[in-house]
Ligand binder design. Structure first.
Ligand SMILES: N[C@@H](CCC(=O)N[C@@H](CS)C(=O)NCC(=O)O)C(=O)O
Length: 235
């Protein structure tokens, strides 16, 4: 996992950079500062690699404007801007940053690919059923509920968590040292927000707690929370 500074510089990566990137975030996050929006994973990776960044808060109406769509075609947060480079999709942003700094992707090529596999697993296998379940929570519980759909959504999440829990077993991280794959997986699991579902899997609960205990996570969390509080009436 460890790479020397010389190896890093030879590979065109940097340990730090003078460039200060900017990320777009919700002006006032609907999660009320719980750090569940997808800017959190970008803030976290930037904190892990020690890169200072600026935030550009955007409102829902700004996100619909053509100027914002030029940055993010789907009108979502986050985006990442570094000089002339504009990126969207939180997974691509995290990968971009992790690839250019030391510490979140192993130096060994195979181990590096395996860490990237876990990023994709988090985004394309674990996150979708969690988001589907959230959507039912938002829209259907309020309308009197649809107990069967909710139970099915819970089961789809439970299936993924069960498999993940078995793979993690009693290890600290998914494949050796903490990596961008763990960062992404922990961030995705946090969307379950301490629900009973996550609680059914003690090793995953502990895994998320380990991620949240990282100082970089703490700094990222406090930054987004401070923004929410400042944007709130009386904040
Ligand atoms: N796949 C995108 C999803 C981005 C996304 O869904 N962002 C949410 C906030 S977490 C958003 O902007 N929602 C408002 C909307 O979709 O209108 C990514 O990972 O960046």
């Amino acid at each position: 996992m460890e790479q020397s500074r010389a190896e890093t510089e030879e590979a065109g990566m940097s340990t730090t950079s003078d460039n200060r990137s900017t990320i777009t975030v919700f002006e006032r996050s609907p999660d009320r500062g719980r750090g569940l929006a997808r800017d959190m994973r970008v803030r976290w990776v930037l904190e892990e690699v020690g890169q200072p960044y600026d935030v550009q808060p955007v409102s829902f109406s700004q996100m619909r404007e053509p100027a914002y769509r030029a940055l993010q075609p789907f009108g979502q947060i986050p985006t990442y801007q570094d000089g002339d480079l504009v990126l969207f999709e939180s997974g691509a942003i995290v990968l971009h940053i992790a690839e250019r700094h030391v510490g979140l992707l192993p130096g060994d090529a195979s181990a590096r690919s395996r860490a990237i596999v876990w990023m994709f697993a988090a985004l394309s296998t674990v996150e979708p059923p969690i988001v589907d379940r959230e959507m039912i929570g938002y829209f259907e519980r309020e309308e009197g509920g649809n107990a069967r759909r909710i139970a099915l959504a819970d089961d789809r999440v439970r299936l993924r968590l069960g498999d993940l829990s078995r793979r993690l077993g009693d290890t600290a991280w998914l494949d050796g040292a903490f990596s961008a794959g763990d960062l992404m997986m922990v961030d995705v699991l946090r969307r379950l927000g301490g629900s009973d579902l996550l609680g059914e899997f003690p090793n995953l609960t502990a895994y998320v707690a380990r991620g949240e205990a990282r100082p970089a996570f703490g700094r990222a969390f406090e930054a987004q929370r401070a923004l929410f509080i400042a944007a709130s009436p009386g904040g």
